[in-house]
Design a protein around this ligand. Structure first.
Ligand SMILES: CC(C)(COP(=O)(O)OP(=O)(O)OC[C@H]1O[C@@H](n2cnc3c(N)ncnc32)[C@H](O)[C@@H]1OP(=O)(O)O)[C@@H](O)C(=O)NCCC(=O)NCCS
Length: 332
């Protein structure tokens, strides 16, 4: 039997609200008090948007209480100081709102109440909350993008770092993991969300060898591993075997100091005599240093996959690059 029309309307409104709210909460949660101060000329700060959202939510919850005659319970003080507080507040008001409309009858769901010059039914309140969330989600994303710190800041003062490039050994795995896990936690450069354990890293390492298509090099400076680069399997289907995917990471304080160029120069030199027909690399955008490095080693941008990764509450594009085997031209 088909659901009563009011149930279908209600389910749709709740689904919309849950979806937009989940994206909003994921975006807000990691923001620090410092992020709350981010803005651009003529715009609100992110903190002001978050407070406005929390205040409106409390008003919407009170309105629903008035319309349904239900008790909203204690509503939070809407003055969050960072993303975690803002997310907790919005979660508390969501719970209150969803509690008040649970099991609502058709007559109450569509009953219009005039508030000032506006007219609202409980259904339109739910729809408004989702629209309001979507609007401010876009606003916060814009502010984050407009004020984004580059993944790597090239400091003119950073001197070149002399490093020895050598094949990696098992003793390097903890340092490799530390470098990579930094970029998992802090950036969308990698689409991993959870840091790798050392066991996972060991299993990954087992796939490389000193010769052949799949090789792994580290850069060592002052007895510390400051970067790594590798060529690994692209896809598991056999016809892809002569294609490798390359990856390169430098420790944050070693970036922009010549290590990336030295690592890639050694890796491609080593692959020259192997049965490798093409190299590919995927780069989350924006990442100017990585795009420039790949292009200078003969990679060409093939295309951009739009919004294929969801991390830190938003979608990210990935540019795919290819370096044909015939292309040995690079400045390394
Ligand atoms: C991308 C990365 C590997 C480059 O290595 P690096 O050691 O920083 O680069 P180098 O100092 O050797 O510079 C090599 C080239 O990279 C490019 N590059 C490096 N830093 C750059 C920057 N801040 N802006 C623009 N281009 C930059 C340039 O083309 C440079 O060549 P040039 O010095 O002749 O102009 C490194 O910055 C890094 O680890 N970044 C974070 C992790 C990452 O993005 N990995 C790639 C994932 S796809």
């Amino acid at each position: 039997m088909a659901a009563a029309p009011h149930q279908a309307d209600l389910t749709r409104a709740i689904d919309d609200l849950r979806r937009t709210r989940a994206a909003l909460l994921a975006l807000l949660r990691p923001l620090t008090a410092e992020d709350f101060a981010r803005t651009r000329p003529g715009a609100w700060t992110i903190g002001r948007v978050a407070r406005h959202l929390a205040e409106s939510d409390v008003l919407y919850a009170r309105l629903l209480a008035h319309q349904t005659g239900n008790d909203p319970g204690a509503l939070p003080d809407p003055t969050p100081r960072d993303g975690a507080e803002a997310a907790a507040m919005l979660e508390a008001t969501s719970t209150a709102m969803l509690g008040m409309i649970e099991g609502i009858d058709a007559e109450t769901l569509y009953r219009i109440v005039k508030v000032g010059r506006e007219e609202y039914s409980p259904l339109s309140v739910l729809e408004n909350v989702a629209m309001h969330d979507a609007e401010h989600l876009a606003q916060i994303r814009d502010l984050l993008d407009a004020t984004a710190r580059p993944a790597v800041v090239r400091s003119p003062a950073a001197p070149p770092l002399a490093a020895r490039i050598r094949p990696a050994t098992e003793a390097d795995l903890a340092a490799i993991n530390d470098i990579y896990n930094h970029y998992i936690r802090e950036t969308a450069i990698t689409f991993d969300i959870e840091p790798w354990t050392i066991e996972e890293r060991r299993a990954w390492f087992a796939k490389f060898a000193p010769t052949g298509r799949h090789q792994l090099f580290v850069a060592e400076a002052s007895a510390a591993v400051v970067g790594f680069a590798c060529a690994g399997q692209f896809r598991t289907k056999a016809a892809y075997d002569t294609t490798v995917e390359t990856t390169i990471y430098c420790a944050p304080d070693a970036a922009g100091r010549g290590i990336g160029r030295a690592l890639y120069a050694r890796l491609f030199e080593s692959l020259r005599d192997q049965d490798v027909h093409a190299c590919v690399a995927g780069i989350t955008l924006p990442n100017e240093p990585s795009c420039a490095l790949h292009e200078s080693f003969g990679f060409r941008r093939i295309g951009v996959l739009r919004e294929v990764g969801f991390k830190f509450g938003r979608y990210w594009d990935v540019a795919w690059y290819e370096r044909p085997a015939s292309d040995q031209a690079h400045r390394g």
